[in-house]
Design a protein around this ligand. Structure first.
Ligand code: LMR
Length: 333
């Protein structure tokens, strides 16, 4: 009798220990993305980790998986839906597979009047409306993260629309990028981001578009003889989470994570411009490629070639969102 009591006391103690250990297990958030840590998005993800772990006093652990180490472009959305990851920050070119192609409207050429024009759109009713569209898909839109304007490259100079004729240009999936490269006479090809360097190196594609930070950190500039700093379109991300996961969090933790995301977003958006300027300077200093800047006449020629794209875009992403953006941009079609 005595002995039995002793055993159950030990058992009870062990059980209490297990409970304690269980209660102390942090909530793990996996944040997957496709760029390196040394980019605006990469740094933003690490900033979110730092702040989230600080504000929740370690109750949340954020694991950041950069550079397609966990998932490539398309697999990311499936992983979010299945709960295999909790946070992503895909470019707005990558929302068609989850049924929200309207995000691609932000890829339209020459619709933002510089950085201020971009900020106004994503922080205003258009940006808010886009994030709201995610709700019906079981996804919560948390923020937009900036990565600046695109450049475009090939092994021949790209100065006038005719220079694109017949070139295979890698795009990330946006039907809008598909439209504008076709308008220039190029043949757009969708490839995952992690496959671009090799495709350029081996000639699977002739060229690509991206921002200076992505050209630099993925070494695209080493395998492209000519880069045009064209600023023809903008690269931005929507940071998203799985709504079921998000709403299942204890409210106090959710509030702390919200604060961490707000501050991480401010940080990311504040460094994007300088990060890209630094990357462009490093690309230039490498001497491995020739940088070109368009003259006003060349810009006009690109704009003339892009004219049909705005109307065609209505069939790809919807008339309403195209109208909203063109009105904001003051473009009449
Ligand atoms: C791309 O595929 O080119 C971009 O979406 C990569 C990124 O996330 O910046």
């Amino acid at each position: 009798m005595k002995r039995r009591t002793a055993i159950s006391a030990v058992g009870a103690l062990a059980l209490a220990g297990t409970h304690r250990a269980f209660a102390q297990q942090p909530i793990v958030i996996k944040f997957s993305h496709v760029v390196t840590n040394d980019t605006p998005k990469g740094k933003g993800a690490l900033k979110f980790k730092e702040l989230a772990e600080k504000y929740t006093a370690g109750k949340v652990r954020v694991e950041v998986y950069p550079n397609s180490t966990l998932y490539k472009d398309k697999e990311e959305m499936d992983a979010l839906n299945s709960g295999a990851v909790q946070i992503l920050a895909p470019s707005t070119a990558k929302f068609r597979p989850i049924g929200v192609p309207e995000f691609e409207a932000l890829d339209l050429p020459y619709v933002f009047e510089g950085d201020a024009g971009y900020d106004k759109v994503v922080n205003g009713p258009i940006g808010k409306g886009l994030l709201k569209r995610l709700e019906a898909k079981g996804i919560t839109g948390m923020a937009f993260w900036d990565n600046g304007f695109h450049m475009v490259s090939a092994n021949t100079p790209l100065l006038m629309p005719a220079d694109f004729q017949g070139l295979k240009i890698r795009i990330s999936g946006s039907k809008i990028a598909d439209l504008y490269f076709r308008a220039l006479g190029a043949l757009p090809q969708i490839l995952a981001f992690s496959e671009v360097y090799q495709a350029l190196q081996t000639g699977v594609v002739d060229g690509c578009e991206n921002t200076p930070s992505n050209y630099y950190t993925q070494k695209f500039f080493e395998v492209q003889k000519h880069i045009t700093v064209s600023n023809h379109a903008h690269l931005q991300y929507a940071v998203i989470t799985n709504t079921k996961f998000w709403m299942g969090l204890p409210p106090d933790i959710r509030a702390q994570l919200d604060k961490a995301m707000t501050e991480a977003s401010e940080y990311t958006n504040s460094i994007a411009k300088q990060e890209n300027a630094d990357s462009l300077a490093k690309i230039k200093a490498s001497g491995k490629t020739t940088l070109h800047y368009l003259t006003p006449a060349q810009v006009s020629a690109w704009k003339a070639a892009f004219k049909p794209v705005y109307k065609e875009a209505e069939g790809r992403v919807g008339k309403q969102i195209v109208d909203e953006l063109l009105t904001a941009a003051g473009i009449k079609i």
